[in-house]
Design a protein around this ligand. Structure first.
Ligand SMILES: N[C@@H](CCC(=O)N[C@@H](CS)C(=O)NCC(=O)O)C(=O)O
Length: 214
């Protein structure tokens, strides 16, 4: 039975969607309206926390975007899209995989929440300003690495650590921070977005998206 990925347009589930496309694996894509906990309560039966992604494959379900990417890449392309434990770059690979979600994406979720998702009376500009600063300062190691001439975060090749980090940059752009990204970071994002698998992931997202309410 083919695996199913539950996704919302522009959400972290883009990471496993992109990874599936990089690997050329078959999958069924279900795109839900955001947030599913409000607009599709039947989704709680798949993921009781209501968040995307959920990745369901023969009897198990995973709900952490980076863990799904790691599962897919390690199982289907060890030493390619993932780094193997015996590679010198393995430590950097693990580091950047987690930096992408924990260090870079998390502060942006606070920016999004307190500028857009909360009702106007619950919005807190101070939180958004503070966590924008946190995000931009946490980008410094990435900018330093790119300014030193590297094209990828580790292993001198494209891996899912780049998928993890690039999603944070997508969210930064959605949060309106594009102009505040360092030049080298903007160029890195553009190069990754030019990958055919990224374009296929975005096309699949569009094709499976629910029609907007009329
Ligand atoms: N650490 C999790 C976070 C999952 C998460 O919070 N997803 C967001 C979308 S980017 C979501 O589903 N939010 C809807 C909600 O909180 O109800 C991951 O990386 O997958």
């Amino acid at each position: 039975m083919v695996a199913t990925l539950y996704h919302c347009a522009g959400a972290r589930s883009l990471r496993p969607l992109w990874t599936l496309e990089e690997l050329g694996l078959p999958y069924e894509l279900k795109v839900l309206p955001f947030p599913p906990r409000v607009h599709d309560k039947s989704y709680f039966a798949i993921n009781p926390s209501g968040t995307v992604p959920a990745y369901v494959e023969s009897g198990f379900c995973m709900t952490e975007s980076v863990a799904i990417c790691e599962y897919l890449a390690t199982r289907h392309d060890p030493g390619g899209l993932s780094a193997r434990p015996d590679e010198p770059a393995y430590a950097a690979y693990l580091e950047w995989l987690h930096v992408g979600e924990t260090t870079l994406t998390y502060p942006l979720t606070l920016v999004m929440r307190y500028t857009r998702f909360e009702a106007p009376e619950r919005r807190v500009p101070q939180v958004a300003e503070d966590y924008t600063r946190v995000f931009l300062s946490r980008l410094r190691p990435l900018a330093a690495l790119l300014d030193a001439g590297r094209g990828f975060v580790c292993a001198d090749r494209f891996t899912i650590a780049d998928v993890s980090v690039c999603y944070a940059l997508e969210l930064a752009v959605i949060a309106g921070l594009k102009d505040q990204l360092p030049e080298s970071v903007r160029a890195y994002r553009a190069a990754l977005r030019a990958r055919p698998a990224y374009a296929r992931a975005r096309a699949a997202e569009k094709a499976a998206s629910p029609a907007p309410p009329s």
